[in-house]
Write a protein that binds this ligand. Structure first.
Ligand code: MN
Length: 247
């Protein structure tokens, strides 16, 4: 079993190391991760400059690019063998609802999926110093399950783990994405040279977070597993737009 790991928090992130440690028992783990925090990078590729790959003291490959660059580069050129599975994370913070659009963690897994490889994104719904080892155990169990009974086609799973000791986690729930309120507005401030600058505001709170959603499962202390797809076509509007445009 060949496992490719990536993340968006950077190759030095504790969540990545917890994931690498937890998955080591399942097979050969190769890490290809960004050289710095690229949270919020979404599915971007670097096209305006070359990418370099270096090795850390732990043997992790790190790249001066995005999470998507890392998986793309690993699968299409860097590795001698295709990975059997791509796992991204463990992200420092939840990736639920609309977060999945912006997340570099989800994007790294998406790149694996789009290249035809089963892929899983794992996020810890907690803080930087949270229960990463518990989330690592959850990820290892899931990867093991995926290995044992592999579905016919590639899959893309978005996993959020509540931030608590492993023994307290109340099982796993298969969920749909919830939705957040609109993000807070940008924060306007002044830099030390007197220029006006802006910070992108925090994500909004959960708006659609009822039973069946990722937000709800995690709030109840359960692991949320959401199967994702990448076809953005709005099928229900095909006829409407056809009639509207007379096409
Ligand atoms: Mn991140």
């Amino acid at each position: 079993m060949r496992i490719l790991l990536s993340n968006d928090d950077g190759y030095f992130a504790p969540g990545l190391q917890a994931l690498a440690d937890a998955l080591a028992q399942l097979g050969e783990v190769v890490v290809v991760a960004p050289e710095r925090d690229r949270s919020g990078a979404s599915n971007s590729l670097t096209l305006d400059r070359p990418l370099t790959v270096r090795r850390s003291h732990l043997g992790y490959h790190y790249v001066n690019g995005t999470p998507t660059d890392c998986v793309h580069l690993a699968v299409t050129g860097l590795l001698d063998h295709l990975p059997d599975i791509v796992v991204s994370g463990i992200n420092h913070g939840a990736n639920m609802g609309d977060d999945t659009i912006y997340s570099g963690t989800v994007a790294a897994a998406t790149e694996g999926f789009l290249l035809g490889i089963p892929s899983i994104a794992v996020s810890l719904a907690g803080r930087r110093d949270g229960n990463f080892s518990a989330a690592g155990r959850v990820a290892a169990q899931l990867v093991q399950r995926c290995i044992e009974s592999r579905p016919a086609g590639p899959f893309l799973l978005n996993v959020n783990v509540p931030d608590m000791p492993f023994e307290q986690i109340g099982g796993t729930e298969i969920t749909r994405l919830g939705k957040r309120h609109k993000a807070e507005g940008v924060v306007r401030t002044t830099n030390p040279r007197g220029d006006t600058v802006y910070w992108v505001g925090a994500a909004g709170d959960a708006a659609e977070a009822g039973p069946g959603t990722d937000f709800h499962a995690v709030a109840q202390g359960r692991v949320s597993v959401t199967p994702l797809q990448m076809d953005l076509t709005h099928f229900e509007q095909l006829d409407l737009v056809r009639a509207w445009l007379g096409a």
